[in-house]
Design a protein around this ligand. Structure first.
Ligand code: ADP
Ligand code: MG
Length: 242
């Protein structure tokens, strides 16, 4: 069993990465445009036509993946901290990932201690847990169980457990390093880097445990929110609805 508590040292570099990332999006788009131009030019064989189309598709997918992993990160500053009900927000993320889970025969189990909340940025919270859960599901290509659990002590923790491939020591050590991916052309290596940055900005910590062949648990801990702020939120909601 390997354990690691994440230090946020490498993050400074990360925040200067905006320009680099736009390359990651621009390069595949430029390639795709090039092949579209080839398609527009006269006589190309049917074979080449099919080949070019598949290159274009792959390049576009690659740009899309970068945008997906990076979407809410483009501005690392957190603008709006608001009370977030964990159950509500995590259920939305789970909902979003249901199709991917289905494709991988992954069952998602949620165990929420009701009423738990934190103070955070809703969009970035979603981005963070989409990235963690997506990795968890991708680590179980032959099916498995993804457990999403909240836990409270003096702080609030969110545990994302998978029964997937687990990680080697190298993978654990390099987790969060920009562009580090073991997924070849199917990975961006940006997902966890973005997670670190978001969790840090929301005053949280990340703890990872992993065992090869058994699975991985990401534990994200945030300062808990006083329940009266959430009560206020509930009241506001009721007022809006009535
Ligand atoms: P990507 O998913 O594009 O590869 P990420 O930054 O999201 O990039 O993840 C980096 C790497 O960390 C992955 O390629 C994988 O090797 C490893 N990883 C992250 N989460 C898990 C997990 N739940 N199980 C196994 N490996 C993981
Ligand atoms: Mg990922």
């Amino acid at each position: 069993l390997r354990q690691r508590t994440i230090k946020s040292k490498r993050i400074e570099a990360v925040e200067r990465m905006g320009a680099a990332i736009s390359h990651e999006i621009r390069n595949p788009l430029t390639a795709a445009i090039g092949f579209v131009q080839l398609l527009q030019s006269n006589a190309i064989s049917k074979e080449n036509h099919t080949h070019y189309i598949s290159i274009i598709k792959n390049e576009l997918k690659s740009a899309e993946r970068v945008i997906q992993d990076y979407l809410n990160f483009s501005n690392p500053e957190i603008k709006s901290m608001e009370p977030l009900l964990l159950q509500e927000e995590l259920e939305q993320v789970v909902q979003l990932l249901q199709p991917l889970a289905k494709r991988n025969s992954v069952k998602i189990v949620s165990i929420f201690s009701p009423g738990e909340g934190i103070e955070g940025d809703k969009q970035k919270f979603h981005q963070c847990f989409v990235n963690i859960m997506k990795n968890a599901i991708e680590s179980m290509p032959e099916g498995g169980i993804l457990t999403v659990e909240t836990e409270r002590t003096t702080t609030v923790s969110i545990l994302i457990k998978d029964t997937g491939s687990g990680m080697t020591l190298e993978q654990m050590t390099r987790l969060g390093e920009p562009y580090y991916s073991t997924k070849g052309s199917k990975g961006t290596g940006l997902g966890i880097m973005v997670v670190y940055s978001i969790v840090r900005a929301m005053n949280g910590t990340i703890h990872v445990e992993s065992e090869i062949g058994k699975g991985t648990t990401f534990k994200i801990t945030f300062p808990s929110l006083l329940s009266n702020s959430l009560e206020t939120k509930k009241t506001e909601k009721e007022l809006v609805m009535s």
